[in-house]
Each structure stands twice: as C-alpha cells, then as structure tokens.
Design a protein around this ligand. Structure first.
Ligand SMILES: O=c1ccn([C@@H]2O[C@H](COP(=O)(O)O)[C@@H](O)[C@H]2O)c(=O)[nH]1
Length: 254
C-alpha cells in the first residue's frame, strides 16, 4: 500500500536523447505507477508523439520545459502545451508575476477550446522553478547577482508564484518546510536534487535522500540519474520506493 502511495509521488526524469532510449527504461519500470517527467532533451527529440505514448500507457506526465519569455509568448506556448493534455508543466519564476499569470491564462484557453470541441479536460498544474537545484550560494551571489541566502531567494520566488495563482514550485527539498510555512501546506512542492545515500551528486548542489525529502513534507520527488544510470534501473527505483514508503509510514504514524 505504502509502495503505491510512494510511486504516486515519484517522478522519473526521462532525460534521454530519443524515444527508443526512453522506451527501454519504460520497459524496465513497467507496472510502477509513477509520474513521468519529460524534459527538454527528450521533448525536442521526440515531441508531442512521445507525450501521447506515455498517456496511452496511463502515465501522468510532467512536461518540464521551464518556460521563460515575455508574457504573450508564454501564454501561447502554455496553450499549446496544455492542449497536449499534460498533467503538469512549468515556467521560471524569474519571468515575473505577469509572465506566470500568462502561463495560467494560456492553459485556461486550451481548456476552453477543448470544451468547445466537446471534451472535458483537467486543467494542468502550472508550477514555477525557483532556483535550480544546481545553484549553490556562491553561484547565486557571485554569478547570478542575487544577494542573500539561497533559501530566501527560493522563498521569494515561491511567494511570487503563489501571488500569480500558480499551483506550486520546483525547489530543493532543503527549502520545502519554509515554502509550505510561507505559502500554504497545499502549495505543491516538486523536488529534484534527490540522491540516495552514497550516490554521485553530479551537477546537483542542493541534495537530499529520497526518505529525508519525504520527511520534509515534499509532494513529489524527481529522480533521474540515480535510476536511469543505475546498473539495474528497476532495482534502483524499487530501493527508492522502499525508502519513500518507510518515510511515509513514519509520517502517517505521527
Ligand atoms: O531545479 C531543478 C529543476 C529541474 N531539474 C530536473 O530534474 C531532473 C534531475 O535529474 P537527476 O539526474 O536526478 O539530477 C533533471 O531532469 C533536471 O532537468 C533539476 O534537477 N533541478
């Protein structure tokens, strides 16, 4: 039971160069009812057809294209994305409140068009990237030029996303508690930067284990390379799910 609950909070990052490579992972993970996250690499190579393929198999889809452009352009792109029927997509909070509102407006337009055509689609969740989990304190202050702590910068962007009416944010698990306190417990947190004990960090800076991330109260964890680059992706996914399930059981017994 807890494994199914854990799977519903796991987003697997399909960071692959083409559909065939992603297909191999789907075969490995068959039967695990997780979310599938499609990012720029796979979407630019395989396009909407791959989204449809995931939907045919019953997967929920997070299209992670991290839009950041002028509001009018984001509105149009959001309409195109929402018309694919994805469950979640995102923009950069750094684009500002008007840009985030435009993303919601574009998604609503897709909903209206679908209703006029006779279907009743669910509105996708629209979330905002705060500070990338690869960003550390030095990069934030010295390269990006934002002063203060990473946590404050993340919470600031989360507030803006909330103000714009978005459903949640992408952040690291380290910031989840403060985001939930500041915005609302129901404000969704999607957290990459997940590394099981002993796993290589790679380019991630703000990391946490799957179990600890769940204990922080995150809604979804995003896992890429710890599964996709593992000798047995299925075993790696099952170990992560077991760790998540243990943390969920602890939380529900409190
Ligand atoms: O701040 C962010 C936003 C998005 N990501 C994405 O999550 C996965 C993480 O992959 P790993 O292999 O587990 O590091 C990847 O698709 C990123 O584009 C992120 O890491 N941080």
């Amino acid at each position: 039971m807890q494994i199914t609950a854990a799977a519903s909070r796991l987003m697997v990052a399909l960071d692959y160069p083409n559909a065939a490579a992603a297909e191999r992972l789907l075969t490995e993970l068959k039967g695990i009812p997780c979310y599938m996250k499609v990012g720029m690499q796979l979407f630019y190579a395989a396009g909407p057809a791959f989204i449809e393929r995931l939907q045919r198999d019953g997967y929920r889809v997070f299209l992670d294209l991290k839009m950041h452009d002028i509001p009018n352009t984001v509105k149009g792109a959001a309409q195109s994305i929402a018309s694919m029927g994805v469950d979640m997509f995102n923009v950069h909070a750094a684009g500002g409140v008007k840009m985030m509102e435009a993303a919601l407006a574009g998604a609503a337009l897709a909903g209206t068009a679908a209703k006029e055509a006779g279907s009743t689609p669910e509105q996708p969740l629209v979330i905002a990237v705060t500070q990338l989990t690869s960003t550390d304190q030095r990069v934030l202050n010295e390269e990006i030029g934002i002063q203060g702590t990473v946590e404050d910068a993340v919470v600031h962007y989360a507030r803006l996303a909330r103000l714009a009416g978005l459903h949640g944010v992408v952040a690291s698990p380290l910031e989840v508690k403060r985001i939930k306190e500041t915005c609302d417990a129901s404000f969704i947190t999607v957290t990459p930067g997940i590394r099981p004990q002993g796993a290589e960090r790679g380019d991630q800076s703000r990391v946490m284990t799957p179990g600890e991330a769940i204990r922080q109260g995150t809604d979804y964890i995003v896992v890429g390379r710890p599964i996709t680059a593992a000798p047995s992706p299925r075993q790696a996914a099952e170990a992560i799910l077991a760790e998540m399930a243990e943390a969920l059981a602890e939380l529900s017994s409190r």
